[in-house]
Design a protein around this ligand. Structure first.
Ligand SMILES: N=C(N)NCCCC(=O)O
Ligand SMILES: [Zn+2]
Ligand SMILES: [Zn+2]
Length: 312
């Protein structure tokens, strides 16, 4: 029997420690199939800081999550042992050291990880850890931004560059790379050319509107196939109306309903790792962004749970 969340009919959900979805901590269970882990790091940002407070805000907003997911018809915490692994303590003054710490910590955990960021820099060490275990992985990257730029102020490791580094390091299966939700201004047309050369296919925010969810889901599923899949969700893929609390907001984004539907459309994929990044609570209102992010994390956990054997 897996240990689930604290029973909200016995202890009100607004009481007690804020682990993700009120699940047990990793040290309270013998083993975990899926671990939710925070990475409070925002030294890689190019604009508004504050994503270091993302993990705490997402945990707090996750108190209302219930144990059954009707959209996917799964009770994720019964089907899989899910636990909160706490935060990876990273150096806020040294990006290189932070990246190393994240790679080591992620590599040292047996469970499949859903990571709560933190700025998008953290995707690189998480992908290193995933690729070490599975070989080059397929990627579905939800974001307003390409994040395949080369450098900022000469810096190679930033929140705008993780996926270029990941391709350069051979961490990604270049037959199976998609961005979803791309929009907004760029530095030049070359940004798109470079991105295509790296192997990415783009589903823009306008494509989601014009082509519709079913076509987008089909396209993504075809590209992923049965490869090991990593899903990276930059919360700024959502319109600022759905996620104001983020560092580089862009108008014209997805609704949270669209994002959750696309994620659910990936059911059955071999999801080996995932992150939800760029929640910056200081710019949030009424927990809009952290609630959206907590639901995204719940869906990612549920997708992982779906691929676990059903027991008892
Ligand atoms: N990964 C995020 N959220 N943003 C990247 C924006 C990079 C830029 O300032 O152009
Ligand atoms: Zn972004
Ligand atoms: Zn990003």
């Amino acid at each position: 029997m897996n240990t689930g969340p604290v029973d909200s009919s016995k202890v009100p959900r607004f009481a007690g420690f804020a682990t993700f979805a009120r699940l047990p901590r990793l040290d309270q269970v013998e083993r975990a199939d899926v671990a939710v882990v925070g990475v409070p790091f925002d030294t890689g940002v190019s604009y508004r800081p504050g994503a270091r407070f993302g993990p705490a805000a997402v945990r707090e907003a996750s108190r209302l999550l219930r144990p059954y997911h009707p959209g996917l018809d799964v009770s994720p915490f019964a089907r899989a042992q899910v636990a909160d692994a706490g935060d990876i303590a990273v150096n806020p003054f040294d990006i290189g050291s932070a990246i190393e710490t994240i790679e080591d910590a992620a590599g040292g955990m047996d469970a499949r990880l859903v990571t709560i960021g933190g700025d998008h820099t953290i995707a690189l060490p998480l992908l290193r850890a995933a690729a070490r275990r599975h070989g080059p992985v397929a990627l579905v990257h939800f974001d307003a931004h390409l994040d395949t730029w080369d450098t900022y102020f000469g810096a190679e490791y930033t929140h705008g560059t993780p996926f270029r580094r990941a391709v350069e390091e051979g961490l990604l299966d270049t037959e199976a790379l998609s961005h979803v939700g791309i929009r907004g201004s760029l530095y030049g047309k070359k940004d798109l050319e470079d991105d295509r050369r790296l192997g990415f296919g783009i589903v823009t925010a306008a494509d989601v509107l014009r082509r519709g969810l079913d076509e987008v889901i089909d396209l993504l599923r075809q590209r992923v196939g049965d490869r090991p899949l990593y899903v990276s969700v930059d919360i700024d893929v959502l319109d600022p109306a759905h996620a104001p609390g983020t560092g580089t907001p862009e108008a014209g984004g997805l609704t949270s309903r669209e994002l959750l539907e696309i994620l659910r459309g990936l059911a059955g994929s071999n999801l080996v790792g995932a992150d939800v990044v760029e929640v910056a609570p200081a710019y949030d209102h009424a927990e809009i962004t952290s609630i959206a992010a907590s639901h995204v994390a719940y869906d990612l956990v549920s997708l992982m749970a779906l691929t676990e054997e059903e027991t008892g």
